[in-house]
Design a protein around this ligand. Sequence first.
Ligand code: FAD
Length: 423
Amino acid sequence: QRVHDNWALFFAQQLAMERKSPLVVLFCLIPQFLGATLRQYGFMLRGLEDVEKTLNKKNIPFILLKGDPGHEIGSCAKKLKAAALVTDFNPLRIKKAWNRDVAKGVDVNFYEVDAHNIVPCWIASPKQEYAAYTIRPKIRRLLPEFLEDFPRIKKHPYSLNRKSQPIDWKKLPSFLKIDKRVTEVTWLKPGEGAAGRALRLFTEKKISSYDTLRNDPTKEGQSDLSPYLHFGNLSAQRVALEARASRASLQNKEAFLEELIIRRELSDNYCYYNDNYDRFEGFPSWAQTTLKKHRKDRRLYLYTLDRFEEAATDDLLWNAAQQEMLTRGKMHGYIRMYWAKKILEWTNSPEEALEIAIYLNDRYELDGRDPNGYTGVAWSIGGVHDRAWGERPVFGKVRYMSAAGCRGKFDVKKYITGFTPAV
Ligand code: FAD
């Protein structure tokens, strides 16, 4: 959802130029999507409004469709007598299904361009990777070819000979069947412009202490770019280029690029090649075996979804993390691991833990419903991309995390105070 630094749009413009044809951008809005609420829809729609304005300046009409993308995109392309169709890549099941439906309904060339990753997902690896250490050398080998600067989108010289319908952005929320009680956040502005400013702030200031501060939830050590990357307001490739060109030390740059490129592209690899990315069956076999063996272990606490959602467990640290997600819409990365692992510890089964963690993550996080989210939850609960550790109750050989461990890493009291509502 951006105009600049977008290989899919650039490729579409090239095709249109070759044919001396107009170029049109379609976006199909669905009334509900993977548990997203007003918080995420609001962020997305305001970002799209920005996209429409920028596209207009480039003489590229933006058409907003409503309904099932698998049907609407193809039928609009037919009405416009499109000669070709180009879409972005996304490894999630629902997006793959839309693409399959669109492909069935059109008889023109339909291209998928990976504008989500730096190294296209299917080129980085032809199979599901075992862990970061197996995908890292493959991506590193290909980076010199793919980590290049972007060409600019030009003002398009061929105009569409009909007016596209003006979009009434204010009226769109009434079309949505979403939960509007989860409201928008105000600390992070959506859109391509805001994303660019956030990137500048990070590469000019914060990146030089990234490696030392990123794992401390009481400090602002992370980039806070994930919502922009999730909605595509910002390209990961642009972020990598700017991070590389920054004045930060090599250690800070490398620590950041490891997360932005290796971990992020590993998540896409997992979701792309493993259709069970959000299910117990997606876990590696060693983790499934050990979790099954410990299925009946006694749990110290058992909470319902409501208790978790209301941040009302007996663990103040966990409650603070949940509060951070409820109020800010973005939980700190380090504490996300603890948060998800405790859900495994305090529910009846790994399946239930997975369901609750994904539900909460997708409902409240601005960057939720993302390959990184499904993979992060699967890492925490199901040992995905991790190795077996010492065996213990409930977790079996899946890595355990404790509040005492957190106390050794950061000022837990300060974090709790920061996210405990006053009574
Ligand atoms: P930074 O530390 O500044 O990192 C920059 C970018 O690198 C991130 O925006 C992200 O694209 C990538 N990155 C960082 N850490 C990871 C990681 N562990 N795996 C993959 N990519 C990473 N990330 C999401 O984008 N959406 C989610 O819904 C999500 N849910 C998670 C749930 C759990 C249980 C866990 C353990 C992790 C989850 N993550 C998720 C991964 C990670 O925590 C976030 O990407 C990160 O905290 C986002 O903040 P940032 O942009 O400030 O990160």
